[in-house]
Write a protein that binds this ligand. Structure first.
Ligand code: MLT
Length: 331
């Protein structure tokens, strides 16, 4: 065999190996998923993130033909769960659902063991949710005006829930205290699910939380509603003032959610998972439930990895200076 024949043989063999390899990759992506998928929630069961995850997971399970299992990995305002997902195998079987906390963590945590902008696969933005400021039925103020007066007079006698540094309940509490120039007593919870139980029982005075959990309690008249955190009043709660119109200058928090996986998920698998999320966001069982809970699904043009990455980048820039001014850090 001369040199040319040897080279040709080697090239044919290499081509065959490549074809076989790409064939097996295509087959793996085509077969995906072959086992249950974990969707990790960074906060306690029963809270707003968990509610959204479970509504989506039920619909995605039908679409994917495999169970999407919701797992709650609690701690450090969502950064424990994000760390678990950043280190998971990038095989399409572990994902994270998270909110604004993904954008505030880089400012709040001095030693974050992952980079939110480079250590993940980005799936899609999901839905935006307003927050409501609530009091327990046992807490004296009845209106936002009364709440502001009471807060200024009683300050740290008031118990306010927070679900950890990076939680939106904590973010809302921080902005509220800055705007009112008063300090509340912050009570830590593993999520606002347990905080709501404490509010209903009167062990907690005040909770700022998403409508996905609070709307049913407000409608059932089990809590006092002081105001909403959006720039405009909500159609679902037209009598509730915005915190802005109540004198809290520029106050606005809208909670946005996204889905992430570990960096390096094969594109075909990521695309299949994204397709299942998009199908869930069109499923009438999901849209009706989400609408009932006051959340707004993002437009289809934002249901993709690039939109999530761009939004996350912009939100890091937005919250960074505000949080630095509040001087809250964890090591
Ligand atoms: C939760 O799901 O418990 C909340 O989103 C936690 C929070 O960020 O306040």
């Amino acid at each position: 065999m001369n040199f040319t024949q040897t080279l040709r043989g080697a090239l044919i063999a290499a081509g065959l190996v490549t074809a076989l390899m790409s064939g097996s990759i295509a087959t793996a992506a085509d077969a995906y998923p072959t086992r249950p998928i974990s969707l990790i929630v960074p906060f306690a069961a029963g809270g707003p993130t968990d509610v959204l995850a479970r509504v989506l997971a039920a619909s995605m399970t039908k679409n994917l033909g495999q169970t999407v299992v919701v797992e709650n990995r609690l701690g450090a305002g969502g950064t424990v769960a994000a760390g678990v997902v950043a280190k998971a195998a990038p095989d399409g079987y572990t994902f994270l659902i998270h909110h604004n906390g993904m954008a505030t963590a880089p400012t709040l945590y001095r030693k974050l063991p992952f980079d939110v902008l480079t250590d993940f696969s980005y799936v899609t933005l999901l839905a935006d949710v307003p927050m409501t400021l609530l009091g327990s039925k046992k807490f004296p103020p009845n209106t936002m005006v009364e709440f502001i007066k009471y807060a200024k007079e009683n300050g740290d006698k008031i118990n306010l829930a927070n679900a950890g540094l990076g939680a939106v309940s904590q973010l809302c509490g921080t902005l509220l205290q800055q705007a009112l120039g008063t300090g509340f007593t912050s009570i830590p919870y593993s999520g606002t699910g347990p905080a709501m139980t404490a509010l209903l029982g009167g062990q907690l005075d005040v909770l700022c939380d998403q409508t996905t959990q609070t709307l049913p309690q407000i409608k059932a008249d089990k809590v006092k509603l002081y105001g909403v955190t959006t720039a405009e009043r909500l159609a679902s709660l037209p009598d509730a003032p915005t915190l802005r119109e109540s004198g809290l200058k520029d106050f606005e928090i809208v909670v946005w959610h996204g889905i992430y996986g570990p960096k390096g998920i094969p594109p075909a698998i990521l695309a299949r998972f994204n397709e299942a999320v998009k199908a869930a966001l069109k499923d009438p069982a999901v849209t009706q439930k989400i609408e009932e809970l006051g959340a707004v699904i993002v437009p289809e043009s934002k249901q993709n990895p690039a939109a999530l990455q761009a939004w996350l980048t912009a939100e890091i820039a937005k919250w960074g200076p505000l949080l630095k001014a509040a001087n809250q850090y964890a090591d």
